[in-house]
Design a protein around this ligand. Structure first.
Ligand SMILES: [Zn+2]
Ligand SMILES: [Zn+2]
Length: 54
């Protein structure tokens, strides 16, 4: 089974029965690929692209 969030840059596990880990990921599908806004600690997409000053 693949339980990873369907948002490409996101490395989080999705919720059971859901394609995405969070509403943030579900809603960002039309945005350019490259970052994740889910805010989860450990999310590669989020950590890689977040502002280091925040
Ligand atoms: Zn994420
Ligand atoms: Zn996600």
């Amino acid at each position: 089974m693949n339980d990873v969030c369907a948002h490409p840059p996101c490395s989080c596990q999705n919720s059971e029965g859901e394609e995405y880990c969070s509403e943030e990921c579900a809603n960002v599908i039309t945005a350019p690929v490259g970052k994740c806004r889910c805010g989860h600690d450990g999310c590669e997409g989020y950590l890689k692209y977040r502002d280091p000053q925040t």
